[in-house]
Structure formats: structure tokens, C-alpha cells
Design a protein around this ligand. Structure first.
Ligand code: UD1
Ligand code: CA
Length: 458
């Protein structure tokens, strides 16, 4: 097989998105649409890829710094877009795989099949098609009596009879390079949209007796093109269910796939259970036997094994094994929980390290702190890490006991196995194994209530 290059058409404005961002940057399954298309082509073995950019190209290039691209200054149609690649493709390229930047559900296996089919059949063009119940908006595949593909008619140009055709153009094709560019010189704008339609190449080839093939997908959802936000939500749902199915088949229990959103880059080990309404995003990795959710958001985290995270938000942090987090905990970026840590209800942890076996069970704020092993942080303890100008650190050595409702005014150090009495405001370091009490001494006034009542009655 001769050399193959990929072209992704991504210059369109995407008017129907009603967005200030170019369509291909809108995320599906947590990644921009364009990235899915690029990855699908690469996984199919096509590494030499050109992207046709136009609308919002600076924004696209900000996110995709390494792509090779050509610019289509004016969006005159898909045929015109592809034509812009004429001189940018390497001379050695013989076949061109064409993809739409707005069709992110395409699978690498399908692209591989399409390429093989094209080469085996020695076709000049091979179009990927699908049969869908509602073909509204898609180009229809027109076949002759013998079943050969004769052309593609756009929805807006189709006759009532053609509109009944359920086999549609995916917008994904393989072409023979030389003949493709020859044909692109022949297309015109005599159609309902006044655009240069790439789809006209198929009819030109047929008329010239050049072999055209079509391959139909088994899964019609993968050709879905996204033109508005309703389709965006639908594509996101399909992507989400695909990811969930992949995880379930690999041994993860997902109790309610419909309400569970897991980004495509997330890795979860077998026998972990995901409860409903859970969102796991970015580059998160979760070990085995964990229980995550319900109502939990985890972004860019590493979680060990046998850890429970309930009703919580956990961001850019490392959570050890055998930990318990939540319900209602907020773990903010750059936090490290070692193994066997408990972070309980209404606790916020920020940029802190919590050592093995330590507990922060209730109503606390721990920020910029380093807590060693087996420390107990009493309910309502606050690290006062901010003096209005800068942040300061709190250090708590192993085995220390911090009584409830303590304020630790940073910078401050609590020594090994030291004991801080409840209700203290600690402003000075506490030595190892010392007791620190920093609160007003209690005074009881006998009979005060009776005396007050008498006074009031007089
Ligand atoms: C196109 C096909 C249609 C097919 C459908 C599949 C044509 C004429 N029609 O229609 O048969 O069923 O895709 O989704 O090709 N683009 C450019 N420059 C342009 C115009 C478009 O780069 O001047 C890009 C768009 O950014 C988009 C892709 O080409 O990524 C498809 O364009 P779009 O306008 O969405 O075409 P459809 O009307 O969906
Ligand atoms: Ca489209």
C-alpha cells in the first residue's frame, strides 16, 4: 500500500453552535472534538496529518501547538477546504484519508477498515456511510440499480425521493491523491448553499468511470456530526456510555452509567464501585476495590486501593490506599493523603500533606500544613495560614493530638505526641510531648442565675 496522509477539515465557523469559540474546540468526553479526531487517525496508523483551519484558528493553535495545518481564509465549502492541502501534502503521499473535525465519535478500527477496503478494492474514492433513522442534515448516498455509489446529494439539494434515503455520508473518505485534486478543480458552486462541495467528487469519479466504493459502519453513532449544542450533548452522552461500557467490561462496577461521567483518559482498576452522579475527569487514576460516590467529583487525581470517597470534591491531589474521604469533604490541589487517612464531614484540605493513619474527621480547614503519622485533629480545628499578605505553614509532628476547636496560627510547629487542649488558640510552637492550653481559664459564679432573677423582679 502506498503512503497515506490524513486531512481534518476544521475551518468552519459552526454557526449553529452560537459560540465565540471554534466548533472543534468544544469538548466531548472532556476533550476538544478535534483531539478525538486526531487521536482516532493516529490510532488507525495515520501519523502524517494536516488540519485545515480558518475560523478561530489562533484559538485552535493555542490548544494544539504541534499540529501541521493549512489555512482556508474563506470558508467556501468542504471541497474548497480540502483543495487548500494540494501543495502541503508530501509528494510521496498516494492516498488521503479525509475526516471532519466535527465528528469526534469516529473509531480508529473503523478508519483502519476503511483504508484497507479502499486499498483492496483499488478504488479512487471510498466513502464511509451509515444507515440512520433520522438522516436530517446529512448528505444522502445515491446508488444506481446495480448498487454502485453514483453520487452524494446534500440534504438541502435533495429531491423528496432522495430525502427518503436513509444511507448517509459520514464525511469520512479515503481518496487517491492525484485523482482527488484533479476532480476538486472541476467542482463548482451550483447548489443550494453556493459552496464547493467535496461530495461532488464522488459523482465526478462515477461519471468518469473511476471506481467508487462505500463502506457502511456497524455502529451508526460513530459518524455523528456535531452542528449544534443539542448534538454536542448527545455526542457527549454517547462518548460517556462508551467509556462506561469499556470500564464495566474491564471489571469496574458502575451502578448508574447514565449519571456517571468519566473522561476518556481516566483509568480505574477492577472491583472498584462507582456510585451514581459521579464525575471523574482529566488524568485520574483509581486503584482497585475503591468505592467512589455518589455525588462526587474527582479531577486529575491519583487514588490508591480500597479507598472510599463519598459526596466529595477532590482536585489535583494524591489520595492513598485504605483512606476514607467525606461525606462532604473538599480536597483542593496539591494535597497528599498517605494511606489509612480519614478526612471526614465538612473538611477542607488545601495544599497539605497528611501522614499515614492520621485523621481530620469533622469541620476543619487544613491549609499549607504538613501533618505526620497518627495525628488526630479534633473537630473544628482551623489552620490560620493567611495573615492577609502571605500564606504560612503549619507543621504537626507524629502522634500529636489537637483538641477540638483549636486555631493553629501559622507559622507554627506542634511537637511529637504533643497535646493541645480543646478551644486553644496556638500562636507559639509546642514542644514534644507537652500540653498546650491557650484559652481563658474558666470561672464559675455560684448562684448567679438566682441573683439575676431576683434583681430583675425588683
Ligand atoms: C458534510 C457533508 C455531508 C455529510 C456531513 C457529515 C459536504 C458538502 N457535506 O455536511 O454530506 O453528511 O458533512 O457530517 O461536504 N469545513 C471547512 N471549510 C468549509 C466548510 C466546512 O473546513 O468551507 C469543515 C467544517 O469545519 C466541518 C466539516 O468541514 O468540520 C464539515 O462541514 P459542515 O459545514 O459541518 O458540513 P455538513 O453540512 O455537516
Ligand atoms: Ca457537520
Amino acid at each position: 500500500m502506498g503512503e497515506i496522509a490524513g486531512v481534518i477539515l476544521a475551518a468552519g465557523l459552526g454557526k449553529r453552535m452560537r459560540s465565540k469559540y471554534p466548533k472543534v474546540l468544544h469538548p466531548v468526553g472532556g476533550k476538544p472534538m478535534l483531539q478525538h479526531v486526531l487521536e482516532a487517525a493516529e490510532k488507525a496508523g495515520v501519523n502524517d496529518i494536516l488540519v485545515v483551519l480558518g475560523h478561530g484558528r489562533d484559538m485552535v493553535l493555542d490548544e494544539f501547538e504541534d499540529i501541521s495545518y493549512v489555512v482556508q481564509e474563506q470558508q467556501l465549502g468542504t471541497g474548497h477546504a480540502l483543495y487548500q492541502c494540494r501543495d502541503a501534502l508530501k509528494p510521496s503521499v498516494e492516498h488521503v484519508l479525509v475526516l471532519c473535525g466535527d465528528a469526534p465519535l469516529i473509531k480508529p478500527e473503523t478508519l483502519k477498515k476503511l483504508i484497507d477496503y479502499h486499498v483492496e478494492n483499488k478504488s479512487y474514492a471510498t466513502v464511509l456511510t451509515a444507515e440512520i433513522p433520522n438522516p436530517e442534515g446529512y448528505g444522502r448516498i445515491i446508488r444506481d440499480d446495480a448498487g454502485n455509489v453514483r453520487g452524494i446529494v446534500e440534504h438541502r439539494d435533495a429531491s423528496p425521493k432522495e430525502l427518503e434515503i436513509k444511507e448517509v455520508n459520514s464525511g469520512t473518505y479515503v481518496f487517491s491523491r492525484r485523482e482527488l485534486f484533479e476532480a476538486l478543480e472541476k467542482i463548482d458552486t451550483q447548489n443550494a448553499q453556493g459552496e464547493y462541495y467535496l461530495t461532488d467528487v464522488i459523482g465526478i469519479f462515477f461519471d468518469e468511470g473511476k471506481k467508487v466504493s462505500a463502506l457502511m459502519t456497524e455502529d451508526p453513532t460513530e459518524i455523528m456530526g456535531i452542528n449544534d449544542r443539542i448534538q454536542l450533548a448527545e455526542a457527549d452522552r454517547i462518548m460517556r456510555l462508551r467509556k462506561n461500557e469499556e470500564l464495566m467490561l474491564s471489571g469496574v462496577t458502575i451502578l448508574d452509567p447514565e449519571t456517571t461521567k468519566i473522561d476518556s483518559g481516566v483509568v480505574i482498576a477492577p472491583d472498584t464501585v462507582i456510585y451514581p452522579f459521579t464525575i471523574i475527569e482529566g488524568n485520574t487514576e483509581i486503584g482497585e476495590d475503591c468505592r467512589i460516590g455518589p455525588f462526587t467529583t474527582i479531577v486529575d487525581c491519583v487514588v490508591g486501593r480500597d479507598t472510599v470517597i463519598r459526596n466529595s470534591v477532590v482536585l489535583e491531589s494524591r489520595i492513598g490506599s485504605h483512606c476514607k474521604v467525606g461525606p462532604f469533604a473538599h480536597i483542593r490541589p496539591e494535597t497528599v493523603l498517605k494511606d489509612y487517612v480519614k478526612v471526614g464531614d465538612f473538611v477542607e484540605i488545601k495544599k497539605s500533606k497528611i501522614g499515614e493513619g492520621s485523621k481530620v474527621p469533622h469541620l476543619s480547614y487544613v491549609g499549607d500544613a504538613e501533618i505526620e503519622e497518627n495525628v488526630n485533629i479534633g473537630a473544628g480545628t482551623i489552620t490560620c495560614n493567611y495573615d492577609g499578605e502571605r500564606k504560612w505553614k503549619t507543621f504537626i509532628d507524629e502522634g500529636a493530638f489537637i483538641g477540638s476547636n483549636t486555631s493553629l496560627v501559622a507559622p507554627v510547629k506542634i511537637g511529637k505526641r504533643a497535646f493541645v487542649a480543646a478551644g486553644s488558640t496556638i500562636t507559639r510552637d509546642v514542644p514534644k510531648e507537652a500540653l498546650a492550653i491557650a484559652r481563658e481559664k474558666q470561672k464559675n459564679i455560684e448562684g448567679w442565675v438566682r441573683k439575676k432573677k431576683k434583681k430583675d423582679d425588683d
